[in-house]
Design a protein around this ligand. Structure first.
Ligand SMILES: Nc1ncnc2c1ncn2[C@@H]1O[C@H](COP(=O)(O)OP(=O)(O)OP(=O)(O)O)[C@@H](O)[C@H]1O
Ligand SMILES: [Mg+2]
Length: 265
C-alpha cells in the first residue's frame, strides 16, 4: 500500500531536478519480488506529458486519476488544475464545491478555459508558464453524446483538444484524458498518438491494445491484468507493466486535491 510519501520524493530528486510524477509501480517487481519500483514521468516542458488513460469499466481509471491529481498538485505547487467529471462519479464527489471542478456538460467550460489559456500564451498576451492541466474523466462518453446531439459543437471541442495536444507542451498546458475505449470517432486525425503517456488498465482488450499499442502487441501478448494493473507506454517507445497502489491516507489525498482545484483557500 502506498501513502502520498514525502514531498521531496514526489517532486525532485537530487540527481534530477526536473519535476516528476509517479504513476504507479513496476508490476512484475511488485508481484514477483515485493519491490516497489516507481514508474514516473518527466513533467517539464521538455517531455510530452499529455496522458491518455483507458480501460474497461471498473478497471481503476478514476481511482488512479485521484492519485494523479494529488501527486500533480504536490509536484507542481505553482500549477493550476481543472477537473472535468462528465459522469459525476462518486469517486469525485468530494470535489464538487471546488471552483475548478466542472460536472457533466460543464466540462466543456473547463475545455474553453484551458484552451483560452493556451491561445493567450501562444499569442504572447500571457507570458506566464506555470503548468495548467485539464484532467477530463469519461471524455469519450461525453464526445459521443455531443456528436449525436450537435455535430458541429463536437468538432469544435475536438479541435480544441487537438490544439492543446499539439501546442500544449511548450506552453505548459497539459491534458489528462480518461475513457473506456478510445474510438477514432472522438480522436480525430490520429490524435491518440499525441499523448506522451498512454495507460491501459485492467483486462487485456485486444481492440484497445491494437489502437494504442500497435507496435507492442508481442510484448503484451498473453499478459493478464486485474483492477489497478495494466500497461503504460511512454513517449511511444518505452513499455512497462504497471501496478497502481492502494491509497493509504484518503483524507489527506482528498484534501490535496480539493486545494489543487481551488477549494479551501
Ligand atoms: N489500484 C487499486 N487498488 C485498490 N482498489 C482499487 C484500485 N483501483 C480501483 N479500485 C477500486 O475499484 C473500484 C472501481 O474503480 P474505478 O471506479 O476507478 O474504475 P473506473 O475504471 O473508473 O470505472 P468506470 O469506467 O465505470 O468509471 C473502485 O471501488 C475502487 O475503489
Ligand atoms: Mg471512472
Amino acid at each position: 500500500m502506498l501513502g502520498l510519501g514525502k514531498k521531496t520524493s514526489m517532486t525532485m530528486n537530487s540527481d534530477n531536478p526536473l519535476p516528476r510524477l509517479v504513476l504507479g509501480y513496476d508490476f512484475d517487481r511488485w508481484n514477483l519480488l515485493g519491490e516497489k519500483e516507481p514508474i514516473q514521468i518527466d513533467l517539464s516542458p521538455k517531455t510530452n506529458s499529455h496522458i491518455l488513460l483507458c480501460g474497461m469499466s471498473g478497471s481503476g481509471k478514476s481511482y488512479l486519476e485521484n492519485q494523479i491529481l494529488a501527486r500533480l498538485a504536490l509536484a507542481e505547487p505553482d500549477g493550476e488544475i481543472h477537473y472535468g467529471d462528465y459522469k459525476q462519479e462518486d469517486s469525485f464527489k468530494y470535489l464538487r464545491s471546488c471552483p475548478r471542478y466542472y460536472a457533466y456538460r460543464d466540462t466543456l467550460q473547463a475545455l474553453d478555459v484551458v484552451h483560452g489559456r493556451l491561445l493567450a500564451r501562444q499569442s504572447g498576451e500571457d507570458t506566464s508558464r506555470n503548468p495548467v492541466t485539464l484532467a477530463w474523466d469519461e471524455y469519450m462518453a461525453q464526445m459521443l453524446a455531443l456528436i449525436s446531439e450537435n455535430k458541429k459543437a463536437s468538432a469544435v471541442a475536438m479541435g480544441k483538444v487537438s490544439e492543446i495536444l499539439m501546442l500544449g507542451r511548450s506552453l505548459s498546458v497539459r491534458l489528462i484524458i480518461s475513457c473506456q475505449r478510445p474510438d477514432a470517432l472522438a480522436f480525430p486525425a490520429g490524435s491518440r498518438l499525441n499523448y506522451g503517456v498512454v495507460v491501459v488498465l485492467g483486462a487485456a482488450v485486444r481492440s484497445i491494445y491494437e489502437m494504442l499499442l500497435p507496435d507492442h502487441m508481442e510484448q503484451v501478448k498473453g499478459r493478464q491484468f486485474g483492477r489497478g494493473e495494466g500497461v503504460i507506454l511512454l513517449q511511444a517507445a518505452e513499455l512497462h507493466y504497471i501496478k497502481v497502489p492502494m491509497v493509504r491516507d484518503a483524507p489527506r489525498m482528498e484534501d490535496i486535491c480539493i486545494r489543487a482545484l481551488g477549494g479551501k483557500q
